[in-house]
Design a protein around this ligand. Structure first.
Ligand SMILES: [Mn+2]
Length: 323
């Protein structure tokens, strides 16, 4: 088990301050949103003032989580400085986006994370064996002798269900099930969460899926399967891309695939690359070559090129270092 720092050390740090700013990464996913709201509940139960902020709007998919209205977007509703800042589910300052300046100006930055290659300084609690940062937040609750509120239980369950790919990825452990079971005992209804996250896609999302499936491409003798989504496709279907992982999941279904890739063009023309792999193939190492990072079997990076060119660049790289 690869772990830096301890839950106890972090809990002691959290008890020391009165007022916290909580931040996570750009393109907030289920784990970042769930961890933010779970940690906010823990701190509030300990009598602390909490402000939650995100560089970007939280996708509509996650608006069902109780307390989501606490998440402030951008700097406009924030104080100039916060003495104590907690960064969750994020492994380096850059990934925090435009709000990273709050980390730079803070007296103390506390980091709670489960990504490989975490670059934060201490105090931090990083355990890469955790299925989600939500698991680490739950550990803090247990250590503090406190119980997540009903809303926080939903938030933490969301963190775990999304980061484990609905309890199916290689990070799905007995601990993930134990925590999920405890959260269900607190009132979480698994079907309701599943429905909220996975069964409320807009038509554009599903229609784009049709286009995506028809245009799946392979490389490396079928060991690499990839999808390209450019701005023209995104404009035509205008899908709510809260969870673009849904698309890459289809590339992962192809028999014999070792690495699945999704090249999605961002509004500014650049390309976000999502990497997925089977156990035994560490794509976080590859994503880091392009300035990104993540987990061994799920990583990401952004490339300053249009998607077709970004794909060529990545495939050329893989041809040399993987195929
Ligand atoms: Mn995570």
């Amino acid at each position: 088990m690869h772990s830096i720092g301890s839950a106890q050390e972090i809990l002691t740090q959290l008890k020391a301050g009165d007022n916290y700013l909580l931040l996570s990464h750009v393109h907030p996913d289920g784990d970042s949103v769930g961890s933010l709201l779970g940690l906010a509940d823990l701190l509030q139960q300990m009598g602390k003032q909490v402000t939650i902020a995100s560089t970007e709007e939280v996708a509509a998919t996650f608006h069902f989580i109780p307390g989501i209205e606490q998440v402030r977007v951008g700097e406009t509703e924030l104080a100039a400085d916060y003495e104590y800042v907690v960064a969750v589910d994020v492994s380096d300052y850059r990934r925090v986006g435009s709000l990273r300046s709050y980390l730079e100006r803070a007296q103390l930055v506390i980091n709670i994370d489960h990504h490989l290659g975490n670059e934060f300084g201490r105090p931090k609690y990083v355990r890469t064996s955790a299925c989600a940062t939500g698991e680490l937040i739950y550990e803090l609750f247990e250590l503090a002798g406190l119980e997540p509120s009903y809303g926080a239980a939903i938030a933490l369950y969301t963190a775990i269900v999304t980061d484990t790919g609905r309890f199916s990825h290689a990070n799905t452990t007995a601990e993930a099930f134990r925590i999920a079971a405890n959260l269900v005992k607190l009132g979480v209804e698994p079907y309701q969460i599943f429905h909220q996250i996975y069964q409320r896609k807009d038509l554009g999302f599903i229609r784009l899926l049709g286009k995506v499936l028809a245009s799946l491409q392979t490389a490396c003798g079928g060991r690499v399967v990839y999808i390209i989504m450019d701005q023209a496709m995104l404009t035509e279907y205008s899908p709510d891309l809260g969870d673009s992982e849904n698309y890459i999941a289809y590339a992962q279904m192809v028999e014999g695939v070792k690495i699945a890739l999704l090249f999605r063009q961002l509004a500014d023309g650049r390309t976000k690359v999502s990497w997925r792999s089977v156990p035994g193939v560490d794509v976080s190492v590859f994503a880091r070559e392009f300035g990104g990072g993540g987990h061994a079997n799920a990583a990401g990076c952004e490339i300053d090129l249009e998607p077709q060119q970004a794909a060529e660049k990545v495939l050329t790289f893989l041809d040399k270092h993987f195929c």
